[in-house]
Design a binder for this molecule. Structure first.
Ligand code: SF4
Length: 652
């Protein structure tokens, strides 16, 4: 075998090269130095054709995306497909204007030119990476290519095909010869070797991590075959993406974001009580991986340095499910020392300590997605998130302070959530208002997720393929396959009703946050100025003048001490000369004024410093430093009590 093709079809994000294609190309190139790997990031061409803005809107909405090529794959189903398209397009004027038939005709033209002008016969294999939004487009390409080149070996893989979803696939899409389950490097390289050694697919011996159409039984459980370590993985090869981008008119070129990976899998696997699952209850990302592996810091730093130098790009998005806790500080400290003005994005857990966030910020992290998901500890427990509301508020505050945009989600309608979860969320939302608003998302059921595996534990009566698939695919496909997006029966109406007030409050939060940040001085909503032995807190308010509060002496000291969450026990131990019945009323007053948050006798100050933390030497930062650096004095406390100056609330 001399040449193979790897293809990524619409609707991958157009502004990033496909990490799946880039990594596979680099790995296969290393394994087979004589093999030519053509990586077709074809989605970019479609984006250029229909316009980047329209492409982006479609690529961000699964159902919208799946309808376009569905209309080409199954024209006889146009009426049903159009209903899904119109429903999904209704909220967006840009898509509403581009009707489905016109859009489908546009993408058909550009797709067919690509398919017809490529000599697929020259390749020994064509591999398709299929992630969310790429299902119908991939099948369209495969069908069209296989019609012209029936002997071409077709392999598919990616997050849309893992475990259960591969069952019956060959029956409904006989054009597919092999499916890769999990990561592709090892299975695909073995397949390439075997295809060169054997005459027919029937002769190929079983390959771990590959399901073959010619395998005797479709019922054998699908296995993984993944690399033990990522340290031998070469840096992704994105040359094909940039070559394609260079062919565009100058007014259609742009600066892309480089996709990078530090790790694979997820290290958050704490088992949920007596239930038989671990990890977050709604998450099925781990269908593709076994365990967690991460690259060593030097490998990551040199990869990012080389890729950004080669492509002259500074924007990098880490595609990891979540970053490694131990190595992250070294990685970001190393990136920070490269003297490059990066713009980085990553997904992190809410338990990420502030010192790592600081290293991330110094390295150029402008945006993070944190696994917040809920602001109710009761609900977080049901989600098996392993975090609490106070932890979530703490990291939201740190992001606000460090100027890192936190684009995280609040999950509504989680099955099994109840009025008490909603009430707790509504209460805690009051304390989140000074921070960047969360986006509410409605829970969706993922194939293979813990909720899907044990639906009754979450009050779900039945699970089945999402009905939109029934509109898109013919009945025999719909009934044979298990799709990644599932639907369910059980208390859906109730969930919608009870979460309505939260939805309203989040919308008001968005509005208020935007309003309070209007104007040339984008000062924080809740901030403090430190006067060394007193502190002034400024609280901006919607439709009113800001209110200010002054904390003097020990009040100031306690407030600064709780810049990270502290238990009452810890506060008492730190301010040991002061009685509990004097500290607690102060903390309560701070909570009443929404200047602090309290949960389970833990306290968190919510105001952020107007000056970066590092410029305030008296601020308590780490263990061992606290006692010496903190000016605590009973005299000050007494004086303040006498003068009633603990906290002066003023509508200024
Ligand atoms: S949501 Fe994130 S932290 Fe939770 S199991 Fe999935 S990948 Fe892991």
């Amino acid at each position: 075998m001399k040449r193979i093709a790897l293809v990524s079809t619409p609707w991958s994000l157009f502004s990033r090269p496909s990490i799946q294609l880039g990594t596979l190309k680099a790995y296969l190139g290393m394994q087979f130095p004589d093999l030519e790997v053509a990586a077709h990031h074809f989605y970019l061409k479609v984006a250029e054709t229909i316009g980047y803005r329209l492409y982006q809107v479609i690529s961000e909405r699964t159902w919208l995306a799946e309808t376009v090529y569905a209309a080409l794959l199954f024209p006889e189903r146009l009426e049903h497909i159009e209903k899904v398209f119109c429903k999904e397009a209704s909220g967006n004027p840009l898509v509403r204007k581009a009707d489905l038939k016109t859009l489908a005709a546009q993408v058909k033209k550009v797709s067919d030119v690509f398919i017809d002008s490529t000599d697929w016969g020259a390749f020994g294999l064509a591999g398709f990476s299929v992630c969310l939004c790429q299902l119908t487009s991939t099948f369209y390409f495969i069908k069209r290519i296989k019609r012209r080149f029936p002997d071409l070996t077709i392999v598919i893989g990616g997050s849309m095909f893992a475990g259960e979803s591969t069952r019956n696939l060959f029956r409904v899409f006989p054009q597919v010869d092999f499916v890769v389950n999990g990561e592709g490097e090892l299975p695909l390289s073995r397949l390439v070797r075997h295809l060169g050694d054997y005459q027919s697919h029937e002769e190929i011996p079983p390959i771990p991590g590959i399901v073959s159409q010619k395998a005797p039984s479709n019922d054998t459980p699908v296995s993984f075959s993944q690399m033990e370590t990522l340290s031998n993985l070469p840096a992704p090869d994105y040359d094909d993406y940039f070559i394609l981008l260079k062919t565009f008119n100058p007014h259609k070129t742009f600066f892309p974001t480089l996709s990078a990976e530090i790790s694979r899998g997820c290290w958050w696997r704490r088992p949920q009580g007596a239930a038989k699952y671990s990890g977050c209850a709604f998450c099925n990302l781990n269908l593709q991986w076994n365990g967690y592996r991460s690259k060593n810091p030097l490998q990551v730093i040199s990869e990012i340095d080389n890729l950004t130098t080669k492509h002259k790009i500074l924007s990098v998005a880490f595609m990891d499910n979540l970053l490694p806790m131990k190595e992250s500080e070294d990685i970001f400290a190393g990136l920070g020392k490269l003297s490059k003005d990066f713009s980085l994005f990553a997904e992190i857990r809410a338990t990420t300590p502030k010192h790592i966030l600081e290293a991330m910020q110094v390295a150029g992290t402008h945006e993070v997605q944190i696994g917040i998901e809920a602001l109710s500890t009761r609900l977080l427990k049901k989600l098996n998130k392993g975090t609490t509301a106070i932890q979530n508020l703490e990291i939201m505050k740190h992001c606000e302070e460090l100027g890192i945009a936190n684009v995280s989600n609040l999950i509504l309608h989680f099955p099994g959530s109840d009025l008490m979860d909603v009430e707790e969320t509504l209460r805690n939302l009051e304390f989140a208002l000074p921070f960047r608003p969360l986006r509410f998302v409605h829970f969706w059921l993922g194939l293979g997720s813990p909720v899907w595996k044990d639906p009754r534990a979450f009050g779900i009566k039945a699970v089945f393929n999402h009905p939109n698939y029934a509109a898109i695919f013919p009945p025999h496909v719909f009934s044979s396959m298990s799709f990644m997006i599932q639907a369910y029966r059980g208390e859906l109406g109730l969930q919608k009703k009870i979460w309505q007030p939260v939805k309203k409050k989040v919308m008001a939060w968005e509005k208020g946050y935007a309003e309070l940040h209007r104007g040339p001085l984008r000062t924080p909503i809740l901030s403090f100025w430190d006067g060394r032995n007193f502190l002034i807190i400024r609280q901006k308010r919607v439709g009113a003048e800001p209110s200010t509060h002054r904390l003097v002496g020990t009040s100031r000291a306690i407030y600064l001490f709780c810049q990270r969450r502290r238990s009452l026990k810890r506060i008492m131990a730190h301010f040991h000369g002061i009685a509990e019945d004097r500290i607690v009323p102060f903390l309560r007053m701070m909570v009443d004024k929404k200047l602090m948050f309290e949960e389970n006798k833990r306290y968190l100050s919510l105001a952020i410093p107007v000056k970066p933390t590092s410029r305030r030497p008296h601020t308590i930062r780490g263990k061992g430093q606290e006692k010496d650096k903190h000016p605590t004095s009973n005299f000050e406390w007494e004086k303040m009590k006498k003068q009633n100056m603990d906290s002066e609330g003023q509508g200024a």
